[in-house]
Design a protein around this ligand. Structure first.
Ligand SMILES: CC(C)(COP(=O)(O)OP(=O)(O)OC[C@H]1O[C@@H](n2cnc3c(N)ncnc32)[C@H](O)[C@@H]1OP(=O)(O)O)[C@@H](O)C(=O)NCCC(=O)NCCS
Length: 144
């Protein structure tokens, strides 16, 4: 399934993912500073869906989804190239995944964000109403 967002090609072909680009940008993010390339590679391979944005054949956006393709989905690692931000690419990537035929009828989508709520609010997300219902385990110690 390929979709065009203006000049940007959005698709889910895992073999197109530029691991060096994804790793380079992810390693600078607050949720996975300095992440190893082999961990990124495993995360890309193990995701249930990866969505990329491409400009003139070059990767400029990425996200991945972890889901059971029946009830639940989690968005992770939403990144857009610095020179292509503010053009709706992140939102287009999220909407592509939400509308995906394998993602219909879910009970819940979740994600974590520190300060980018606007992107997800624009796609229908809201802050959790009952944080006490949620639990987490960070086996490597709390780092965010
Ligand atoms: C956050 C990021 C993915 C946004 O990508 P983008 O393609 O520029 O975002 P979009 O153009 O699709 O913006 C969608 C909406 O989010 C808002 N938004 C975009 N960047 C934002 C930012 N830095 N802070 C707050 N809101 C932001 C936009 O105003 C827009 O709102 P609108 O639809 O009402 O106009 C990109 O800046 C990035 O890669 N940042 C570093 C990694 C990161 O923080 N990822 C998100 C983790 S939750």
């Amino acid at each position: 399934m390929t979709f065009f967002h203006g000049e940007y090609e959005i698709d889910e072909d895992r073999s197109r993912v530029d691991l060096d680009w994804v790793h380079g940008l992810l390693a600078k993010q607050w949720w996975c500073p300095g992440i190893d390339r082999d961990v990124v590679e495993r995360a890309v391979c193990g995701a249930s869906l990866v969505v990329g944005a491409y400009f003139q054949g070059r990767q400029v956006g990425f996200l991945r989804v972890v889901s059971d393709r029946a009830t639940f989905g989690w968005f992770s690692d939403v990144i857009v190239d610095e020179t292509h931000r503010g053009k709706g690419i992140a939102k287009a990537l999220v909407l592509y995944a939400l509308k995906h035929p394998e993602h219909q009828g879910f009970r819940r989508w979740v994600l974590m964000t520190r300060d980018k709520h606007a992107i997800y609010e624009g796609c229908g997300f809201a802050v959790v109403e009952r944080p006490y219902d949620w639990m987490e385990l960070q086996p490597q110690g709390k780092h965010y």
